[in-house]
Ligand binder design. Structure first.
Ligand SMILES: Cc1cc2nc3c(=O)[nH]c(=O)nc-3n(C[C@H](O)[C@H](O)[C@H](O)COP(=O)(O)OP(=O)(O)OC[C@H]3O[C@@H](n4cnc5c(N)ncnc54)[C@H](O)[C@@H]3O)c2cc1C
Length: 430
């Protein structure tokens, strides 16, 4: 991948004659994967609630181990679950993302085989990490696996399982963070420049959710400089560097996992600090695992209604479940290809389309070369609070329009591509 102004782009290897496996295309989430059919395949039925996908139980909670809770992005529930799976021998390895490898500012997927290794892979990485490049290693791995991935990666993994990919079939437990927006690596470079660090090579350590929840971005440089920006302040980078796939992704809560975990954004929990997660058990296996951990006092979970869980993320659900479809519609009208997810909302009100025009204009303006350059001259002490106020004001202003449309969200679905056998014994999609 080559890092460009438009984000990382695949570049052909000179002189490499290797063929891309057929299932690489069949399971590519960039072209969209059929969610109704994948839900049917994973859960045995389509979602009852299309805003969050199939679910059995919702909770708010945290890891009972204060060190894990603090180390985690929101409350360490994913990390605690992986450690439990390894300690009880339910899996022999866990696919996770290691920040700081191969370069201090990069992240790569690894198969962690000890709780210590899992602990070294806590927190969220807000720039894209190509998790599924580890599939070949998963295929060679001796033993069963747990897997952590973002919604598009999980959808891809599920499609590969459906197609019979040997690496994907090693996975018994699929966990996933909610995912609102990811940023290009250029966002970090911009943040560094704005704070007097000229080259990304000067970074010695980078953590996206350091410290107590909600945490802060922390960069340490080789010269000993330490930069910090509170989570809600460095969010200002998002409109300038949001990834294109984020804008066209319709899955916020990681709908095809066994267990999905997000931040429990609610004034009650935010006031208390320390870390709270919202947790969705989607499969019987996921629910059983959480029950077992709760009985053993590894996690503290309070059951919540789905309504309560959804109310913590009303804006992001709307951003994905209506906003993304509006944005894809505009892109299609410009003659460009868009992902096909096998469903779309039956109706979106004109007022919501208008709100999207405002949001999209902000992304367009902020994504321009001039705006990206200018923002680096504004100190974070001004930018952070200003962005936070603007974000909150916009949320309050657009709340009635957004909430109204989500109340009776209905979708139209259609079938995906057929799965057929290939001569190599695998399966492919046409
Ligand atoms: C790009 C991104 C956007 C997000 N947006 C939102 C949001 O809008 N709202 C919200 O409520 N929550 C969001 N989350 C989820 C949230 O930040 C936490 O990851 C989640 O609450 C789980 O917390 P935890 O303490 O249980 O995770 P931890 O115990 O810290 O474990 C996190 C796990 O996620 C894996 N991981 C981290 N980053 C990546 C990545 N880029 N790709 C694949 N795997 C990764 C790690 O390897 C680790 O195993 C986002 C996460 C990411 C990575």
């Amino acid at each position: 991948m080559k890092h460009t102004r438009q984000g990382p782009l695949p570049t052909p290897l000179v002189g490499d004659a290797s063929q891309l496996a057929e299932w690489a295309f069949a399971a590519c989430p960039g072209k969209g994967l059929n969610y109704p059919e994948l839900s049917q395949w994973v859960f045995g039925h389509p979602p009852e609630q299309w805003l969050v996908g199939c679910w059995r139980k919702a909770y708010v909670g945290f890891s009972s181990d204060p060190a894990v809770r603090r180390a985690g992005a929101s409350a360490g529930v994913i990390t605690q679950t992986l450690m439990h799976l390894l300690e009880t021998g339910k899996v022999a390895g866990a696919v996770v993302v290691k920040q700081g490898s191969p370069k201090p500012w990069e992240a790569e997927p690894i198969i962690a085989t000890t709780p210590k290794q899992v602990m070294e892979c806590t927190q969220s990485v807000y720039v894209p990490v190509p998790v599924n490049t580890i599939l070949a290693e998963m295929e060679r791995f001796q033993g069963r696996l747990a897997y952590v991935g973002l919604p598009d990666q999980v959808a891809s993994l599920r499609r590969l399982q459906q197609l019979g990919h040997p690496g994907a079939l090693r996975v018994d437990y699929v966990l996933g963070p909610y995912c609102g927006m990811a940023m290009y690596q250029k966002a970090i470079e911009s943040f560094l420049r704005a704070n007097g660090v000229k080259r990304i090579e000067d970074v010695a350590e980078l953590r996206y959710r350091e410290g107590e929840w909600p945490g802060y971005l922390q960069v340490k440089t080789h010269s000993g400089k330490v930069l910090r920006a509170a989570k809600f302040y460095y969010n200002y980078l998002i409109p300038f560097y949001v990834t294109r796939s984020t804008l066209y992704s319709v899955d916020f809560t990681n709908e095809l996992t066994d267990i999905s975990v997000g931040d429990a954004w609610h004034p009650k929990y935010e006031k208390e600090g320390k870390g709270f997660s919202v947790v969705l058990a989607r499969t019987a296996k996921g629910e059983q695992l959480l029950n077992e951990m709760q009985t053993q006092r590894l996690v503290e979970l309070d059951e919540a209604s789905l309504q309560e869980a959804m109310s913590m993320h009303g804006h992001m659900l709307d951003f994905k479940k209506r906003g993304a479809f509006i944005r894809m519609g505009w892109r299609r009208r410009m003659g460009k290809r868009v992902p096909d997810y096998g469903y779309k909302p039956v109706r979106i009100a004109p007022s919501r389309r208008l709100a999207e025009a405002v949001i999209y204009t902000v992304f367009l303006v902020c994504g321009s070369r001039v705006a990206r350059r200018l923002v680096e001259f504004v100190p974070l002490s001004v930018l952070g609070p200003m962005f936070n106020v603007l974000r909150k004001s916009w949320k309050n202003m657009s709340k009635p329009t957004k909430r109204a449309g989500l109340r009776d969200y209905r979708v139209q679905t259609w079938p995906g591509r057929k799965v057929i056998a290939t001569p190599e014994g695998g399966k492919s999609a046409r």
